[in-house]
Design a binder for this molecule. Structure first.
Ligand code: GLP
Length: 246
């Protein structure tokens, strides 16, 4: 296959439906799949459609497990804007993924130790079969902001002001976005056997072009994906506009 394998759809909903169908097919083919999961607005309709597949019958998460890309540091447990709360409300609460099989980075106590343990847990599970990824407007993947090393591992990172601004809407009025988070590293992400990156809307067009048509540089973290053998990019026409113009 060509890298990346672009799958371009006429609308946002056609894109997210196709991603959900791909995930459902992969889960059906490999019930004990180890999923790498992502958050963000892009994945709200993806998980909703995946839950529909589950409700339609014939799909089970009972043998699966998942590892999320990232989590904010400093939010009280259960905070509405935490990625744990997002995963519970958009996916985990609605499917038969066993309790304890949906992992997110730990963000309390000794964070360095927790990061090493997260890497060890992924390795002990046998590595990630399919990693879902969104893309930040500045090309970030997970919370690997521009400048992140391509061999970086799970660690605590500072969020750029632009990322904090972009995610502000997820927080109750008057609350600020935490300045730091724990994220899988780019090196961690690159070890997944398959990567499915999803980009919706014109605000992602430049990031997609820089990531896949520009040169590989830590200034655009997603450009690291050029060195991965199996990357599928699901996007709508608007996000694909600059990639297509090439
Ligand atoms: C967030 C997440 C990323 C996500 C990106 C885009 O900050 N940490 O994993 O891909 O921003 O989010 P959205 O889908 O809301 O545009």
């Amino acid at each position: 296959m060509t890298n990346p394998d672009f799958r371009i759809f006429p609308s946002a909903s056609a894109t997210t439906d196709a991603v959900a169908a791909h995930l459902a097919a992969r889960l059906a083919a490999q019930p004990a799949i180890r999923l790498g999961l992502a958050t963000g607005n892009t994945f709200v309709p993806v998980y909703a459609a995946l839950v529909e597949h589950y409700r339609a019958g014939g799909l089970s998460f009972a043998q699966a497990c998942s590892f999320n890309l990232d989590e904010y540091v400093g939010l009280p447990p259960g905070h509405v804007a935490s990625f744990r709360a997002y995963m519970q409300s958009h996916l985990f609460d609605h499917v038969d993924l066993p309790e304890g099989h949906g992992h997110l980075p730990a963000v309390e106590g000794d964070i360095e130790l927790a990061c090493r343990n997260y890497e060890a847990a992924i390795a002990a599970a046998g590595g990630i079969d399919l990693q879902l990824l969104g893309i930040g407007r500045n090309g970030h993947i997970g919370f690997n902001e521009p400048g992140s090393a391509f061999d970086s591992r799970t660690r605590q990172v500072d969020l750029t002001p632009s990322t904090q601004e972009a995610n502000k809407a997820d927080f109750p009025a008057g609350e600020t976005v935490p300045p730091t988070a724990v994220t899988m590293g780019i090196g961690t992400i690159l070890e997944a056997r398959e990567i499915v990156l999803v980009a919706i809307g014109a605000t992602k067009a430049e990031a997609l072009q820089t990531a896949f048509r520009g040169k590989q540089t830590p200034a655009c973290p997603a450009s690291a994906l050029q060195m991965h053998a199996k990357v599928l990019v699901f996007c709508d026409e608007a996000a694909a506009s600059l990639v297509r113009a090439d």
